[in-house]
Design a protein around this ligand. Sequence first.
Ligand SMILES: *Cc1c(COP(=O)(O)O)cnc(C)c1O
Length: 372
Amino acid sequence: MSKILVTQATLPEFDEYINEIEDIWQTKMLTNMGSKHNLLENELKKFLEISNIVLFTNGHQALELCLQSLCLEGEVITSPFTFISTTSAIVRSGLKPVFCDVNYEDCTIDTTKIEKLITNKTVALMPIHVYGNVCDVEKIEEIAKKYNLLVIYDSAHAFGVSYKGQTISNYGDINMYSFHATKVFNTIEGGALTFSDNKYHEKFTKIKNFGFNGQESVDLFGSNAKMNEFQAAMGLCNLKHIKENIKKRQLIVFRYRKKLKNVKNLRILKPQKDVESNYSYFPIFIDSKNFNRRDFLFNRLADNGIFTRKYFYPITSNYECFAQDDLSNNSTPIAEELSKEVLTLPLFPDLELNVVDKICDLIKNILDEVNG
Ligand SMILES: *Cc1c(COP(=O)(O)O)cnc(C)c1O
């Protein structure tokens, strides 16, 4: 088998992209909220069923500038079973991350543990829809109302996911989406903030463009995080194929589930009730308590040209950058355990089902060696 990576960027046909960018050679408009940028905003508003969207050069800038434009001070409750971006955005905005544990069943924030972590400094919740699994959005809304907290979802994994027939963009005050090359929908690099309340629109638009308020006025210190026209053009092309690509992902996930259903010491996540998934990731959890079967499997798969990823290991609170901080009140044993067990398997629309079968057979053979 040739080398298989955990993911592969989804690209439109070459000619389709060339057609989309051709008129840029007439307009000479490469960036600064050009026509492709504006068209993509409109198309995404329709697709995500949301009234407001602001596009960014990547998802991380969207998250970071979101926090900065709101001028928040204090603590943000989040979970550490995520990509470092979520935690970094909080810290780099001068806020303190407070780590809440996650559910063993779906890896999202454990809402029964949030209230204990709320103090008079808490200003916001930043839960993550990990692997596109939907957080307990109803409970989160209830807590946020009770304590008057802002809810900003890291929806980087959850593009196109709906819950009870409603887009997840409708939950929380603000959602951040990532359009990175490795995500379900990509604009090469890119990201967005979506929200229902119009009041955020001006803030987010200004902060991504140096704080400009018209040509001669700057009323806040902004950054530069605009999405350019080539990115937007890629998005316009990819959005046309998003449904068929999610469908292809679904077939792959169903195959993985079927083949890996009853394997000793291997756990797969159950589909969530009332959720229409985007099938963004396929994580498996390998019991590693007495012996590190997860790392054994990871290495042996790599020897065979199958490159899986440990999403997410380590948990973000265990990174060296936190070495100076006292995180003793931030114990998250479930997140820690999950991070030692997890392996995300190759998943992208063009992955062939017979390759999925081979990967599954290989996993079973390797685990047989160490299951005893
Ligand atoms: C990808 C990702 C981000 C960051 O998005 P970029 O577009 O790569 O900057 C943030 N959070 C999570 C959970 C992600 O997976």
